[in-house]
Design a protein around this ligand. Structure first.
Ligand code: SF4
Ligand code: ZN
Length: 319
């Protein structure tokens, strides 16, 4: 008679098979394993200090809401306090729903939230910025990423947090790593650290507590916990090669379980051993710390606004 398949930890009914470790887990042991793994990541990389005020960047998607649940669980009974930082990029028919889920979850968990829209911060929504660019030389995600990082930084300062936690999971980290390698710009690899001390890009320390959790397990955690989250994808996501890199990595993992964790180990070794000279400037337009004379946000905004002006006055010669 075949041995019944049971949870490897408690003997209960399994709901998940973890291919890279060979474990079969029941609902409760699976949820526990994710919380414990996140706790270990935080401690291994010394992400938090006693009494830190943590700002969680919440988009309303599965990753950020899962992170909010896990951090509120881990910090229960500790001196640390959590607040949520919500950025509304302004994507019609997409962001409103996500922001609603984010605010709802904060209410349920008793977490205070701070919100800032692109419209308030930059006087234009992401939709408007994308309409105003005249060609595709500025990808939607490049505009969105730079403006959102700055908006989160501003919210973090307003909320007085010591550290910003973002919900990048294992897949996000690996996709970004490979995309940076493919772009041929090794400086970006160095700058994409998993633990960012205040630097030219951020004025508040950043951590990625879900960096060792595969995306599929974050999704399962959210599903099993019954966390309501936005399922629709951003309408601009296919402008980036990220989806191609995601499919490639998933195919590799399917054939060679555990290969993503090997790649993560390589990535961590590379960023800890690779030191490149980086110059620090203060942006001459906005005064923000920058790795160039003009920061990425001002470069993007100047380009978009310049294109609008040129469209209004097509006969003006540029000097
Ligand atoms: Fe922004 Fe790109 Fe993500 Fe859409 S897919 S929210 S444009 S980074
Ligand atoms: Zn600037």
């Amino acid at each position: 008679m075949a041995t019944p398949l049971t949870c490897i930890r408690c003997g209960g009914a399994p709901v998940y098979y973890r291919p890279y470790s060979g474990e079969r887990l029941c609902r409760s042991c699976f949820l526990h394993s994710i919380v414990e793994k996140t706790r270990r990541t935080i401690s291994k990389h010394k992400m938090l200090s006693h009494g830190d005020r943590i700002g969680v960047a919440v988009s309303g998607g599965k990753d950020s809401l899962t992170l909010l649940y896990i951090l509120s669980d881990i910090t229960k009974g500790h001196a640390s306090e959590i607040v949520a930082l919500i950025v509304d990029e302004g994507v019609e028919g997409y962001r409103e729903e996500a922001v609603r889920y984010a605010i709802q979850t904060c209410g349920k968990l008793g977490i205070r939230h701070y919100i800032l829209s692109f419209k308030e911060a930059y006087s234009l929504t992401l939709d408007e910025a994308i309409k105003l660019r005249r060609d595709n030389s500025l990808a939607a995600c490049t505009i969105c990423g730079a403006l959102r990082r700055r908006a989160i930084d501003q919210l973090a300062k307003e909320a007085g947090v010591d550290v910003v936690a973002t919900a990048h999971n294992l897949d996000d980290i690996l996709q970004t790593f490979l995309m940076n390698l493919f772009s041929g710009d090794i400086r970006r690899v160095v700058r994409s650290k998993v633990l960012d001390e205040p630097s030219e890009l951020f004025t508040v320390k950043r951590i990625k507590p879900l960096m060792e959790i595969p995306e599929a397990e974050v999704a399962l955690f959210a599903y099993l916990k019954g966390i309501p989250f936005q399922r629709a994808s951003c309408p601009y996501m296919n402008e980036s090669i990220r989806s191609e890199v995601r499919s490639m990595l998933n195919e590799m993992e399917l054939k060679h379980p555990g290969i993503k964790f090997n790649l993560l180990r390589s990535y961590l070794k590379i960023i800890s051993n690779l030191k490149l000279e980086t110059k620090s400037f203060v942006c001459s337009l906005c005064g923000y710390p920058s790795s160039n004379q003009i920061c990425s946000v001002c470069t993007i905004l100047t380009k978009i606004r310049g294109e609008v002006e040129r469209a209004k006055h097509p006969n003006t010669t540029q000097t």
